[in-house]
Design a protein around this ligand. Structure first.
Ligand code: A3P
Length: 321
């Protein structure tokens, strides 16, 4: 049994889990800490600011997760399009299984269909829950690329990551005052931040291992949704056939997963909060537009953020504009 004040209690009979829980409970109180955007405190772990629960999730993944070559991981920084990408990838890989008019996405929020990896590795106090999922397993994560074990990220492993990021100016939404959130964000203190290091990790991996990591931006998917959906399907080894093109399957997927379609479903209008997190289904859908920062950030904030982004992403061959 786990007793640390930093963690929800998870009972486990698994000795391996018990050991990781103990290591994590000893480690976390020794880490640098800071106020976070939401209720939880953040700790600096392996260069990234995370709350204690995903730190333990990351340690459990490293110590115990058994990857399969067919695993697909949807990876994002929070607020960068996780909900959208979950919906798109789920509908791409399951397109033969469901009728678009009677689709699971019409009844369930994308986070219930594509489970959070670092959350569900805790479930049942062993890997049994994840071990029992049928292949291909589709999971979602916010964990930075460098924190995954080599057995998932090196070339001998076939599991794949689809990553989406977004202009950081559009990411700054938090219950804190804008000034406070902005200041913390610019210092790198945000959930799974520094934001730019998160982007850089996945960007570099996508350049070095293009078969393992597909790098997308929210802005590109908005601009070219059909092309992006085709790209994801090809990357995952399930390209659209001519017959599917003729049937307009790509268009159906884009339409089903669009902001207008998902945000208007009853399930996604629910404002009921979950006990463990102050987030309701409707919180995942706000405006769904590119460049809404013009309505929120001052010119000084825009300039500062652009400067940091220029400097951090300098010379890598990618930027948000
Ligand atoms: P805005 O706050 O700009 O509206 P995440 O899912 O990672 O938390 O990201 C949330 C952002 O994605 C929010 O952006 C939300 O409105 C937007 N979003 C959610 N579903 C979307 C969809 N189907 N298409 C486009 N954007 C979507």
């Amino acid at each position: 049994m786990e007793t640390s004040k930093f963690f929800p209690i998870v009972e486990t009979q698994d000795e391996g889990y018990q050991k990781t829980f103990k290591n994590c409970a000893e480690l976390v109180p020794t880490l640098p800490r800071s106020k976070g955007w939401w209720l939880d405190e953040l700790f600096q772990y392996q260069g990234f600011w995370m709350s204690s629960f995903p730190i333990r999730g990351s340690m459990l993944i490293n110590d115990h997760f058994k990857p399969r070559p067919t695993d697909i991981i949807v990876a994002t920084s929070p607020k960068c399009g996780t909900t959208w990408l979950r919906a798109l990838v789920f509908s791409i890989i399951n397109r033969a299984a469901f009728d678009f008019n009677d689709h699971p996405l019409r009844k369930l929020n994308p986070q219930e269909l594509v489970l959070l990896f670092e959350g569900h590795i805790h479930k049942d106090g062993s890997t049994s829950f994840l071990d029992e999922l049928p292949s291909p397993r589709l999971l979602s994560t916010h964990i930075p690329y460098s924190l995954f074990p080599k057995r998932m990220t090196d070339d001998t492993s076939a599991c794949r990551f689809v990553y989406i990021c977004r202009d950081p100016k559009d990411v700054l939404k938090s219950p804190l005052s804008l000034e406070e959130a902005f200041d913390l964000f610019c210092k790198g203190v945000s959930h799974y931040g520094p934001f730019w290091d998160h982007v850089l990790g996945y960007w570099k991996a996508s350049v070095e291992s293009p078969k393992k990591v597909l790098f997308l931006t929210y802005e590109d998917v908005k601009k070219e949704p059909l092309g992006c959906v085709r790209k994801v399907a090809e990357f995952l080894g399930v390209p659209f056939s001519q017959e599917e093109e003729n049937r307009k399957t790509v268009e159906e997927i884009v339409k089903l997963c669009s902001f207008e379609s998902l945000s208007n479903l009853d399930v996604n209008q629910s404002v009921a909060k979950r006990s463990e997190r102050p987030v309701s289904n409707s919180d995942f859908f706000r405006k769904g537009e590119v460049g809404d920062w013009v309505n929120h950030l001052s010119p000084e904030m825009v300039e500062k953020m652009n400067q940091i982004t220029e400097q951090k992403l300098q010379g890598i061959g990618f930027n948000f504009h």
